[in-house]
Design a protein around this ligand. Structure first.
Ligand SMILES: [Zn+2]
Length: 308
């Protein structure tokens, strides 16, 4: 297996206010754990800057212009209650898009079997025309549309195991049967969406978990709702919105997953990628706010990606 890892120093220059959970140290913690010799075989590549045309696959030009105009010369510009931009945030967000689309190109060209993108800002709360929840551009949505546009595939499944519901991804694909969005998340919790009754055009599969749920409920949600829906859909590409804030140490939620759960879910999705998508799997970092829980969970996830 060739597993590629994208990152870029610019991701550390997207600054948030002191005490904000979505902070540069998250990526420093991930870099440190992936420095171990167990990850020596990772194909480490610096992310390219994204192209504006790629962003337009999921957001209108006016939205991109608006965010670009909001970039402050210094300090922080407030975008919503908990989303800010610093002087380098726009370029960082563009580069997160660049990594996501390059990762898709890599699994189609065969230069990599699968790819993990360690980027920030995250993306799954960004709706078509609304930045929110620490997110500016919806990386997973852009990656899915890029695969369809550039590589001519029909069906893409986005599996989102971040503890928060990916309202942005759901919004973007609400009427698009060619992209399947499947999410496990705590409910009730920010952003408030993600009920089982939200089904789009049959392409949205929400599997909410209750506060204090743990491994058993997560696996049950996967086995009873997520995996059967993927089996039926037969995607040409699997994208993971890989948030690690369902880890039991995370301060923003009350789900009690452990590293082995992320390993298990990764293996299940690799199995589906192997059966339907020639192994093509792209994993994009979303949330995860306890530095230890985040880094050890990413390690378990990436180790599984490398092992096959
Ligand atoms: Zn989250």
């Amino acid at each position: 297996m060739v597993t590629r890892l994208y990152s870029h120093p610019i991701y550390l220059d997207h600054l948030t206010a002191p005490g904000h959970p979505e902070r540069p140290d998250r990526l420093r913690a991930i870099a440190k754990v992936l420095d171990d010799e167990a990850f020596a075989a990772l194909d480490r590549v610096q992310a390219p800057e994204g192209r504006r045309e790629a962003i337009l696959l999921a957001h209108p030009a006016s939205y991109v212009d608006q965010l670009e105009a909001a970039v402050p010369a210094e300090g922080l510009a407030r975008i919503d209650a908990d989303t800010t931009m610093s002087p380098k945030s726009f370029v960082a967000a563009m580069t997160a898009v660049g990594a996501a689309t390059a990762a898709v190109d890599d699994v189609f060209s065969g230069v990599a079997d699968n790819v993990f993108v360690a980027s920030r800002p995250p993306g799954h709360h960004a709706e078509r025309v609304t930045a929110m929840g620490f997110c500016l551009f919806n990386n997973a949505a852009i990656a899915a549309r890029h695969a369809q546009r550039t590589h001519g595939v029909e069906r893409v499944s986005i599996i989102d195991w971040d503890v928060h519901h990916g309202n942005g991804t759901q919004d973007i694909f609400w009427t698009d049967p060619s992209v399947q969005y499947l999410s496990t998340h705590q409910m009730p919790l920010y952003p408030g969406t993600g009920a089982k009754s939200e089904t789009g055009v049959g392409n949205i599969i929400n599997a909410p978990l209750a506060p204090n749920d743990g491994s058993d409920a997560f696996k049950e949600a996967f086995l009873s709702r997520v995996l059967p829906a993927i089996d039926q859909f037969r995607p040409d590409l699997i994208i993971i919105s890989a948030g690690f804030d369902a880890h039991h140490r995370d301060p923003l939620a009350q789900i009690n997953l452990v590293e082995a759960d992320f390993d298990w879910a990764t293996a299940e999705l690799m199995d589906r990628a192997g059966r339907f998508a020639k192994g093509r799997l792209v994993s994009l970092l979303e949330g995860g706010y306890d530095l230890q829980g985040l880094s050890t969970s990413v390690a378990a996830h990436v180790k599984r990606l490398m092992k096959g």
